[in-house]
Design a binder for this molecule. Sequence first.
Ligand SMILES: C[S@@+](CC[C@H](N)C(=O)[O-])C[C@H]1O[C@@H](n2cnc3c(N)ncnc32)[C@H](O)[C@@H]1O
Length: 116
Amino acid sequence: MRFVVDDLTDLQAVEGPFDLLVDYGALDDLRAEDRDLYVRNVLPLTHPDSRYLLWCFEWPTRWWERLVLAMALEPGEVERRFGGLFQIERIAGQANPSGWPRAFAAYLMTRKGAGL
Ligand SMILES: C[S@@+](CC[C@H](N)C(=O)[O-])C[C@H]1O[C@@H](n2cnc3c(N)ncnc32)[C@H](O)[C@@H]1O
């Protein structure tokens, strides 16, 4: 096993492709422009049929939440960002409106075929 430190918005050391990617709370921590870069950097780490498990905070963020810091994906954002290249299955989600975090979701995605 090899541990590597890298920047998900500008990968220098990590090379794929991998059969499985796991993100536990990194993408939702990034601001919108860095989420774009993340997707651009992560896609080459996959191959057709790679699986990608994404766990994230996810709720309709309030304006001040977006202003203060990035903390949650918007509902529908995973589909918008990954739906073209991945078959998306939402495998878990829970809302906690009066507590913190307000909601989370987990997605299992499978990269579509080479022709896409
Ligand atoms: C909410 S924490 C989740 C950490 C970890 N998954 C856990 O369960 O404790 C988000 C993590 O993303 C890391 N992170 C933020 N921006 C990053 C980037 N551009 N590249 C790689 N990691 C980043 C932060 O350093 C932080 O450790």
